[in-house]
Every structure is written in C-alpha cells, then in structure tokens.
Write a protein that binds this ligand. Structure first.
Ligand code: CA
Length: 435
C-alpha cells in the first residue's frame, strides 16, 4: 500500500513541475490548455483508480492495524498484569528483604554490643595482666637479690666444707687402724655377750627346772604322794605313795634310789624265792607280794604309769653264784588290759646281760589261766608263771626260784645272762620316767 501512495505522489508532483517549473516556456494558449487538460484528465482518472485502490488498501491496512491494536491491547493488558505481578513480587521481596535486613541489623547491633563488652573485658584483662607482670617483675628483682644472698652463703658453706674435707682426709688416714681396733673390741664384746647369754640360758633352765620341781613338791605335799620316785626328795630307798596316773588314787610302791642317781620304781623283785609267782590273771593284773619285799606291782599300775610317763627299764639280775648283771632299755611301755597288756615299747638295749627280752616285744601277757601266747600249748602253764610269752620265751623272770641249768624246767631265766638256761636267784625290774 505504501508503495502505491508513494507512486501517486511522485507522478502528481512530476506533472506539476513539467507544467510550471520551466521559466523559458511560454505560457500556453487556450488551445494548448485543452490538450493539456485532456492529458491531465486522463492522468487524474488514472490517479483516481490508483487512489481508490490505495484507499481500499489503506482501509484493509486500517483493519489490520486495528486488529493489531486489539491484539496489542490484549498483549499490553497481559504485560500490565505481568508487570503488576512482578511489582507485587518485587514489593513482597522488598518487604521480606526489609525484615531480614532489620533482623540482620539487630543481630549486627547486638554483636557489636557484645564485641564492645568483650573488648572492655579484654581491656580489663590486659590491665590485670599488666599489673601481674609488674608484680612478677618486682618479684624477680626480689628473687635476684635473695639468690645473690644465697650464692654468697653457698660460697661460704663450700669453703667450710673444703676445710672439713681436708680434716676428714686426715682422719681417713687413721681410719683402717681405728677400724681394726673397733672390730677387735666388737669381737670381744660379742664373745662376752655370747658367754653371758649362755650363762643366762643355763640360769633360766635351772630356774625353770627348780620352778617345776617346786611346783611338783607343792602338789606332792598337797596330795601327800609323789608323781614318781624321781620326785622323792630324800633319795632314800623305801616305800612311798606314788600316783601311777593323775586320774587314779595313789598306791604304795618301792622307790629304789641306790643306782644311776635313783628315782627308779620297783615293778618286780625276786630275791629269797619265798613269794609264789605261779598265779592267775587277776593277781598279775592287781599285783601281789609286799611293797618292800618280793613283789609283782601289777600290770594295771605298769600300764597306767607308762601311759602317764615315757619310761626307761632297768633289769638287775644275779645267779646263784652272786654274779650280778643288768640289761637296760631306753624306752618301755605296755598296753591296756583290753590289749592283753602287750609289750608295746622296748627301746634300745644296753648292759652286761644280753638283749633277751627283745624276743617278747609285741607279745601279750599270759598267765596259766589266760593263754595269750603264740604257742600251740599254754606257755604260762608249762613254765609256771605269768609273762609276755611269744612261742614261749628268751627271758622269763617270773619263773620258779630254782638253782638249776636244766632247760626244760620252769625257773627264773634270762638267756643272755650267760648264754645258757641257767636259773637265777635274784631279779629286780625297775622303771623310771625319762622326763
Ligand atoms: Ca598258746
């Protein structure tokens, strides 16, 4: 359409210029004007068509423009709505940003305030530190002064020590000889102390022994009897009341004080041969004879006494030629009646007569009426007396008082007296406590 308008305007003005612009052209005559008017009319008609066409085109253009305007208005409206929304969003964001900013400012202000407080505290602390440093500095100065004093004192002490050391060096030269002297003196004193200790121990033992004896003597006086013949103070042989066991009543016994420092108790005595020893179990259990003469003290008393005291045994014997021999055992004890009064303990033998009682060790006591022996026959009946028979005997002091050497006759025998079956005239069995 613009192209048509442009073409019209150019053709119109070109025509006008052809007519009027050339000053050399003479003004047309009226006939010429008809020619010119014919040309102009034709041109006008043409232009009219063009114009009509142009108007139509313009109208279409206007319609298009209007359509476009409407579209643009719609577009514009949308744009405005969008803009409003953007504006709203921008406002909202601004509002939010403002809140956050306010918060940020508040926090910042608080942080600044806190920092200020901390800064003030730091300043205070710094002031304190400065004060401390000042004090420390003063102390260091003081310490330095004290150190200086100490140093001078040390110097003095070292000097004194040196003097002392020199003195000690002098003393050390004499030390070995002094030490030797001291060692000798010490050794002498030690020996003396040992001697003194030994003496004291002996005295103590003596005192203890004396004390024990005094106590025993007091008990003996109180009970009007003795625990054993060892406790008899007179050392005179004879008849005394002896407590065979502290739990039973005292009984009379013969204390023999003539040998080996005395203190022996007679449990069997044969001399004249007047007393009959061919007796039953009851007699051998209870004892028979006279205390200060021939006797058998009794198995129960021997059992009670050897249970109460650890004892030794001494056997003195004579033959009919008055030859005296003895056998000694360093331990002796018998069992109870329930055990057949067996020869329970027989210690080491010594003496001039042989160890003939050894054969009976461990054997029960037998009497003619009680056969406890290991023989098929009754040894007590055969040999006529009570004894610790095994399959009969090597020693038998309760036999018949006979002066004979015939083997198969019952008699007082101790084979080891002369290594033959010689009859003995005398026997004494003695026991004594070892403690
Ligand atoms: Ca028998």
């Amino acid at each position: 359409m613009y192209r048509s308008v442009w073409l019209f305007v150019v053709s119109f003005f070109a025509t006008a210029m052809l007519v009027n612009s050339n000053p050399n052209v003479e003004q047309p005559s009226p006939s010429a004007l008809v020619d010119v008017s014919g040309f102009s009319l034709e041109m006008l008609l043409t232009n009219h068509d063009i114009l009509h066409h142009m108007v139509r085109e313009l109208r279409e253009d206007a319609l298009e423009q209007r359509q476009l305007i409407v579209e643009n208005q719609v577009q514009l409206k949308r744009s405005l709505e969008l803009l409003a929304a953007l504006q709203q969003e921008a406002n909202d964001r601004h509002a939010r940003d403002s809140d956050e900013l306010s918060k940020f400012y508040a926090e910042s202000r608080k942080a600044i305030a806190d920092n200020r407080i901390k800064q003030e505290q730091s300043v205070d602390l710094l002031a304190k530190i400065q004060l401390d440093m000042q004090r420390q500095r003063e102390e260091i100065v003081k310490n330095r002064a004290e150190c200086s004093e100490w140093n001078s004192e040390w110097q003095k002490a070292i000097a004194n020590n040196q003097v002392q050391q020199e003195r000690n060096t002098g003393l050390l030269h004499n030390l070995p000889s002094k030490l030797t002297e001291l060692k000798l003196e010490l050794s002498r004193q030690r020996e003396e102390a040992n001697r003194y200790q030994l003496t004291t121990e002996k005295h103590m033992e003596q005192l203890n022994g004396d004390h024990k004896q005094i106590r025993k003597a007091l008990v003996n006086i109180q009970l009007d009897s003795y625990g054993s013949c060892k406790e008899v103070p007179t050392k005179v042989s004879g008849k005394y009341k002896i407590r065979m066991n502290e739990n039973i009543a005292p009984s009379e016994a013969y204390c023999y004080q003539a040998i080996l420092e005395g203190g022996w108790m007679d449990i069997q005595f044969r001399s004249s041969g007047a007393l009959d020893f061919n007796r039953n179990w009851t007699d051998y259990r209870s004892g028979f004879g006279t205390v200060n003469g021939e006797q058998w003290i009794g198995l129960e008393k021997i059992y009670q006494f050897t249970k109460e005291h650890k004892c030794e045994l001494y056997v003195g014997m004579k033959d009919f030629n008055e030859t005296y021999k003895y056998a000694r055992y360093d331990a002796f004890a018998i069992g109870s009646e329930a055990e057949g009064y067996y020869l329970k303990t027989l210690g080491t033998h010594s003496g001039t007569a042989g160890d003939s009682l050894r054969y009976s060790e461990g054997s029960k006591f037998s009497t003619p009426d009680r056969d406890n022996d290991a023989n098929n026959n009754n040894c007590a009946q055969t040999w006529k007396g009570g004894w610790w028979f095994k399959s009969c005997h090597q020693a038998f002091l309760n036999g018949l008082h006979r002066n004979t050497s015939v083997q198969k006759e019952g008699k007082i025998e101790w084979y080891g007296f002369s290594n033959e079956w010689r009859g003995l005239s005398f026997s004494r069995m003695l026991i004594r406590p070892l403690d």
